[in-house]
Design a protein around this ligand. Structure first.
Ligand SMILES: Cc1cc2nc3c(=O)[nH]c(=O)nc-3n(C[C@H](O)[C@H](O)[C@H](O)COP(=O)(O)O)c2cc1C
Length: 188
């Protein structure tokens, strides 16, 4: 696939085929995603792969509940607009994707969010080039239950930056219209 085709086809996928993604494929995407740039070439990204359905269901429930609590504690929370959706018990934050890859790193890394986001961007494009779909699921940054974090192997000093649902799309949706680029100035 050429880059322009990858850019067109990389859409957030919320409808997946009931078909597993092989670990070989996931490992290869992860490896190539580390070609992303990082501040000071620190490469602070760490990856967690979860394809166990029961575990993904548990994470979905945990994060849904945590977001509901967060919104109740602060009605001005920007996530308020998703409250109804989150209250629906059948809402699965990963849209039943067969796998989720979490990209994270140590909280004390200065440019952690930028570095992990770049790796995530590479990951999403690589997945697209292999006919896979992804969706960055911010709700899944809210895993706080220490027992669950322990089972997943996420120590307290790691911050989840990019949880990426991964699977074969049922269909690639049309592109949401983009705003005209706001170019402040062109100084020639
Ligand atoms: C930081 C970030 C967080 C996101 N969180 C969610 C999320 O929790 N759930 C979801 O369905 N989509 C999420 N998305 C996907 C966006 O909704 C999506 O990228 C946007 O609507 C544009 O659509 P496109 O990705 O198909 O171009 C997130 C995207 C980004 C970059």
């Amino acid at each position: 696939m050429m880059l322009d085709e990858i850019l067109q086809n990389r859409r957030s996928i919320r409808n997946y085929q009931d078909k597993p993604v092989s670990l070989v494929t996931i490992r290869s995407i992860i490896k190539d995603s580390t070609l992303a740039p990082s501040a000071g070439n620190e490469q602070p990204w760490k990856y967690l792969v979860v394809s166990n359905k029961a575990m993904l269901d548990r994470i979905s429930d945990e994060c849904r509940q945590n977001f509901i609590k967060r919104i109740a504690a602060n009605p001005g929370d920007p996530a308020k607009k998703y409250e109804k959706m989150l209250q629906n018990e059948s809402f699965h934050i990963f849209y039943h994707a067969p796998a989720v890859v979490f990209i994270m790193g140590e909280t004390n890394v200065k440019n952690l969010v930028a570095d992990c986001s770049l790796a995530a961007c590479y990951f999403m494009f690589l997945a697209t080039s292999k006919g896979l779909g992804t969706c960055w699921v911010n709700f899944a940054t809210a895993i706080s239950n220490p027992e669950l974090r322990n089972e997943l192997g996420i120590p307290a000093n790691l911050k989840i930056v990019a949880p990426l649902a991964l699977g074969y799309p049922k269909k690639i949706p049309a592109i949401h219209p983009r705003k005209k680029p706001h170019i402040l100035n062109v100084i020639e």
